[in-house]
Design a binder for this molecule. Structure first.
Ligand SMILES: O=C(O)CCC(=O)C(=O)O
Length: 213
């Protein structure tokens, strides 16, 4: 049986956390992948993030607007080539505000940060909270390429209760309100599941945030 025969409904995973399948059409996905390729080029391009404990994140990252490194936002790539972070484009902010309208029926403050994570090989992301922003505006997450398991948990612990959601290329996930500081992560990416016409090997995730800075 082919899962695509069944429509995937919009689902509220937790209060304020909504999954909207197939939110981006194929053309928009291609445009975003192309934009990510540009943003990934040096200077201030895709880099490996080192954690204070001496580890490295397996997903590589590039930032727009504000540069995130564990655990602060700054304007230059202090943990990389030292150059200024790339600007955050207005059109991406508009996309974010439209996402919040569609997912939550609400207006969000202007977005000014994008963190773009690239997952290839065995890359994944551990359970964490997005808590370095000084704003409670919803986080907008756009998925491109390979399907992943996105684990969406609770605000108290990294462990259960959580819900595993399959995020496919073009899906939108928004979390705000009581879920804004929920733990979440990506335990698994299913290699080779990206739509072939996208021309992407691996998975890209774009999260949009409001810095409040
Ligand atoms: O890749 C994803 O879907 C999640 C990314 C994420 O959790 C983050 O950027 O904080």
């Amino acid at each position: 049986m082919n899962a695509d025969l069944f429509p995937r409904p919009r689902t509220e995973i937790a209060p304020g956390a909504v999954h909207v399948p197939d939110w981006l059409d194929a053309d928009r996905q291609r445009e975003l992948v192309e934009a990510c390729r540009e943003w990934s080029r040096p200077p201030a391009g895709l880099r490996t993030v080192r954690t204070p404990g001496g580890g490295t994140m397996t997903a590589r990252q590039v930032c727009l607007g504000w540069h995130w490194y564990p655990y602060a936002y700054v304007r230059t790539v202090v943990d990389g080539d030292g150059t200024p972070v790339k600007p955050f484009p207005e059109w991406l902010g508009e996309l974010g505000r439209r996402a919040v309208r569609d997912a939550l029926g609400a207006e969000a403050a202007p977005y000014d940060i994008a963190l773009i994570n690239f997952y290839d090989g065995d890359a994944r992301m551990g359970m964490h909270r997005d808590s370095d922003e000084k704003s409670d505006a919803p986080v907008v997450s756009l998925s491109l390429g390979d399907t992943c398991v996105f684990r969406f948990g609770n605000t108290e612990t990294r462990t259960r209760p959580y819900t595993d959601v399959e995020l496919r290329s073009g899906d939108l996930f928004v979390f705000g309100g009581p879920s804004r500081l929920a733990y979440h992560g990506v335990p698994r990416v299913q290699a080779g599941t990206a739509p072939p016409e996208l021309g992407l090997t691996g998975r890209l995730n774009i999260t949009l945030r409001v810095s409040g800075l």
